[in-house]
Design a protein around this ligand. Sequence first.
Ligand code: AKG
Ligand code: FE2
Length: 451
Amino acid sequence: MYLSSVGYELHRSLNEKVQYVSNPINAFSLLRRTHEDLPKWHEYFKEAIGEGNQSILVDLVKMVPNDVDMLSAMHGIQRIEKIYDLKIDDLAQGVLQGVQYNVQLTYRDLIAMGNSMYQQSDYQTAAKWYRIACKRELENPEQLFIQILGDPSEHLHRQYIKSLFKYGSTTSEPSKSIEEAFIMVQASQEELDNIMSDLNEPQNDVEVEKDLYQVKRSPSNCELGCRGLYRQKTNLVCRYKSTANTFLRLAPLKLEEISLDPFMAMYHEVLYDSEIRELKGQSMNMVNGYASQRNGTEIRDTVVRYDWWSNTSLVRERINQRIIDMTGFNFLKDEKLQIANYGLGTYFQPHFDYSSDGFETPNITTLGDRLASILFYASEVPQGGATVFPEINVTVFPQKGSMLYWFNLHDDGKPDIRSLHSVCPVLNGDRWTLTKWVPMFPQMFSFPCKS
Ligand SMILES: O=C(O)CCC(=O)C(=O)O
Ligand SMILES: [Fe+2]
């Protein structure tokens, strides 16, 4: 009954499971349920039927996502809401950029998001989440689960009122509203119910909604890129590339120009499904990559999961050889590649791939800095997940099997700041990539300085 109340079907194939968690609403809801609700169900059953009779649940409870996982998921939802400018009402109903999915966030999911925003002192956004939770409460009081999961209703009402006042105090007279808020949230249950029924009056609710959504932040250039709002470049062509070497003469490749200055291009249909299956098979020990890697003190948002494909394999060597044939770059064909996977709301903040950006220290003493980056898209991403170059207003949406490459350095080896790039959060999908960085020194003779 519980699972059907949250729309969960038990019997799914692996593909269906991946598809299920590719939707951020499902992924978040599942994570929150297992983090917050499952231990409560465990307690309930322990009392009702005794611990010995529920070994499956005991094992499950040991594996529930921890606080950090929960925080990452909340940040993921927060990020997609902000970067894609999604209306929280839509997000709660399962609408992502105009696409309606057959899922919605639950009452308790909405409260968890409100609480998270409140803790971050973003009272405007907190009030938006709480407002929708209050509406949901009126539609579906969830009486059935209150005994087991607790009744958050009073907490929700007090938090909603506090957020509204605290937000109000930032837009109008500061101190008065805050004092009023504190008096109101300490009100008796009866007074609280009166305030709530006032707030829930349709005409008042419309006013509140207008108020909450009236102040908007202007989007950063990167955010515009993520939303696909840069002006299309018009002087670019798609062509078959067949002249550079014997390989290309025999097997011309579809090349799409992405930018002429600096030069960036994308090859299509150059990574095959069988290779993608193999690369996913190599990704059993993925580790978290974090935002703000250089600052150990702040909360480290998980941005990506990655692993190095370092096992020698025929497929890896074939891909390495293909890169050499396609690009003319020089490197050893048995070099490792990086496999990355971006799930719920994960992203990569704007950065440069060259070493002075300091994200990672490539082996620059022997091989030189990262001259170019080669990125294979190993999955379709139905929504979001673009690679954005905000300095040159270029957005590239992933296309499964395609390879994008760009230069990070000028001909003379100096950093080219136009190579600044970021990965937009995945809105809906499971984003896989395979990356190779091209070191500079081995290219000395194939890519000599022009001057
Ligand atoms: O996945 C992408 O689109 C880019 C990844 C990236 O920038 C990196 O790994 O350095
Ligand atoms: Fe990068």
